[in-house]
Design a protein around this ligand. Structure first.
Ligand code: NAD
Length: 352
């Protein structure tokens, strides 16, 4: 499932998306946070969680299912633990504040743990993990999401495609080690666009709504998403619902609303963030030096058939970033049309 389209300078697009959120009554700074988070996902090649989702977030604000100006509340639980009530603001804004808090707790106490409730879809999980790596922390970010995946043994979607995300610094500050993967075989966002574009998808990613294997993007999006690795992905998706949902006090057990299709109320997504300073057990820059040796060792291993190089998680996205920064981000025709329609509605001059 690839993304094709004309390339545009990312700053140009970011300004445009920021205008959309300013018109949606977000503050200038929060509009910038949302716009730059979406554009950053596109720069990284994670187009399914980039500007293509602008109208989804806009619609939730427009329909008053999410707040443009939330009053985010912080509660200190223990010296290194905070609880955040996101007051139903956009997930990007809340998660940005949550990771800042988590990093500052870790800097002070060695470890920071932040639980968030009353939030919304926060996009690409790597956004937050990467901030922690730039502050010399290892980090885990968990979120739950609307029902899409059946627990192992069921054919009823119940848990989210919730991404498992981990990051740590390497000796290259621009290229942290970042695992950021949906617990489904493929991110649901990619299926949405396959459905929209009438594309075929590989078998094994989803079932249709009757439980039959399908390679039809539309039937898959309307149907049942499959976890990655069978029961193992299903278990991770359940774990995400426990730690980000039950544990934080957010919605859980199939109650998180689908941001794209369910307009019956607020989503109440939960997030859990954990940051630990890299020098808690070994002083100074020991961690980064050992990461460097570890990565070099892996890169020298014998290649499997068909491979030219061994990459570490986060590296493919960094390569996309460097390329897209230079050449511009790709905007597909359906996304361009959607953004133009939104701009017209909000009386913003089109840039396309
Ligand atoms: N907020 C939500 O509710 C939600 C839900 C689902 C997915 N998402 C987001 O969707 C995005 C896409 O998820 P996905 O599962 O499609 O990711 P993916 O399959 O593209 O990548 C998964 C991971 O594999 C690594 N990887 C890829 N190729 C590699 C290679 N050749 N060698 C080594 N590592 C490699 C990547 O660096 C990444 O960490 C993520 O950013 C995720 O946060 C968000």
């Amino acid at each position: 499932m690839k993304n094709f389209g004309q390339r545009y300078n990312h700053k140009y697009i970011r300004n445009f998306i920021q205008k959309i959120f300013i018109k949606s009554k977000l503050s200038k700074i929060d509009s910038y946070i949302v716009a730059s988070s979406l554009v950053y996902a596109d720069l990284k090649g994670v187009w399914s969680h980039g500007i293509a989702r602008t109208s989804v977030y806009y619609k939730r604000i427009e329909q008053k299912l999410a707040k443009a100006r939330p009053k985010i509340k912080f509660k200190k639980i223990f010296p290194s633990v905070a609880h955040i009530d996101g007051d139903n603001g956009l997930g990007f804004i809340i998660a940005n504040q949550a990771i800042k808090k988590c990093i500052s707790l870790a800097k002070k106490n060695g470890v920071g743990v932040v639980g968030v409730h009353n939030s919304n879809h926060f996009g690409m999980a790597a956004l937050y993990v990467e901030k922690a790596t730039k502050n010399n922390c290892i980090c885990w970010v968990f979120t739950n999401a609307s029902k899409a995946i059946p627990p192992h043994g069921s054919m009823t979607p119940h848990f989210g495609t919730s991404p498992f995300a981990f990051g740590c610094p390497t000796n290259n500050p621009k290229k942290p080690f970042i695992i950021d993967m949906a617990s489904s075989s493929v991110a649901r966002g990619k299926l949405k666009f396959a459905a929209q574009r009438g594309e075929k998808i590989p078998f094994g990613l989803a079932l249709d709504k009757f439980g039959k294997p399908t390679n039809d993007g539309f039937k898959a999006f309307e149907g049942i998403m499959l976890p990655f690795g069978g029961m193992k992905g299903a278990a991770i998706s359940w774990m995400m619902d426990i730690v980000a949902g039950i544990f934080t006090g957010a919605a859980h057990s199939g109650k998180v609303k689908n941001p794209i299709k369910d307009f019956s109320g607020s989503s109440n997504v939960g997030h859990l963030m954990i940051c630990i300073r890299t020098d808690v057990f070994q002083k100074g820059s020991f961690f980064k030096k050992k990461m460097k040796t570890g990565i070099l060792k892996v890169k020298k291993l014998k290649l499997a058939k068909g491979f030219k190089e061994i990459l570490y998680p986060g590296e493919p996205e960094y390569t996309n970033y460097v390329k897209n920064l230079k050449q511009g981000i790709q905007i597909s025709e359906d996304v361009r049309v959607d953004l133009e329609r939104l701009a017209k509605k909000l009386k913003i001059k089109s840039i396309f």
